[in-house]
Design a protein around this ligand. Sequence first.
Ligand SMILES: [Zn+2]
Length: 395
Amino acid sequence: MAQPAWQDPVLLDIDTAPVPEYGSGSLADLLPTLVAGQGVPGFTATIPELAPADRNCVFLIDGLGWEQIKAHPDEAPFLHSLLPTSRGGAGRPVTAGFPATTATSLASVGTGRPPGEHGLPGYTVRDPHTGELMNQLRWQPWTPPAVWQPHPTIFALADAAGVRTAQVSAPAFERTPLTQVALSGGTFLGRLTGEERMDVAAERLAAGDRSLVYTYYSEVDANGHRFGVDSDAWRGQLMHVDGLARRLAEQLPPRSALYITADHGMIDIPFDERSRIDFDEDWELRAGVALLGGEGRARHVYAVPGAENDVLAVWREVLGEQFWVASRDEAIEAGWFGPTIDERVHGRIGDVVAAAHDDVVITASVNEPHESAMVGMHGSMTPAEQLVPLLEVRS
Ligand SMILES: [Zn+2]
């Protein structure tokens, strides 16, 4: 609907964006807190509610946000039993980080650092050395992993300190660059089914007096993208993963803490022109843009040199009622990527960053046909995609 001529559009103030709680309640705080409790030197517990345990297990469910768990008590009875009640309880939400996307979040978990430090600040970002987009999830084009993300993982540091450390995930992930930069250190065990992963995770947890085990399940996210959150397929996956979490919880060896978390939540985007703005068909948004990075709900926009201010002005005017539209400096200043930005990471962030506030996405029908056709999406700072569970089971 067109705005009446006498009414100015109300642009979203970027200071109203709910910035992730880096340093006190974000995914990057989880492993440092756990290994601090295990006596690994150099770490402090920044999530004080988590009591130390000798054996720590993290089960990361891809795409299962806090709000989605709360909305589905019937499909997830076990996970629901771990939510806080009026009588108390340990479960709480934490913030994923910005953008709320898998590559970024896995790096935040594994390095214990916010995106501004680990340097995977999006689904695709520009490599300042080549000027090309780099897909961080698929690692295309191939880029030297240890140069792109040079910080040691928490797993490697814990392993070196004598904590028995393992990752139990899909066999295909064993040698990927993303695993190398985010999740390596200790022993990687590839298992095809969720059930096998839960059983092996419990075994590995028992294998040391002090142990740290990470395990992962991907299909809630995959079905959410394809069919939408709340589709029958998605609900079926939620029921399945609820059973997996219970299976792992029931096998915990003594002196263990299990943390069930996720990398981001998800929301469904309607299939209409107002909700899906196609960058590839929009001459106004494309003017002065050299590269479009990120993903539908969290865009990095790289301008042709000299056009940065014009692109910012147009994007803010066209999208500013539905997106928080910030310049690179404004996004950094607001803390979207964390309190500090490593030198090598600065140029990976867009000249303009657009984070969705409403149920909308910026698609790219020509360059991203697969991603643009997805039903469920994520990436921004709204509670449905930003808040992830931190549910606890102790033995
Ligand atoms: Zn996803």
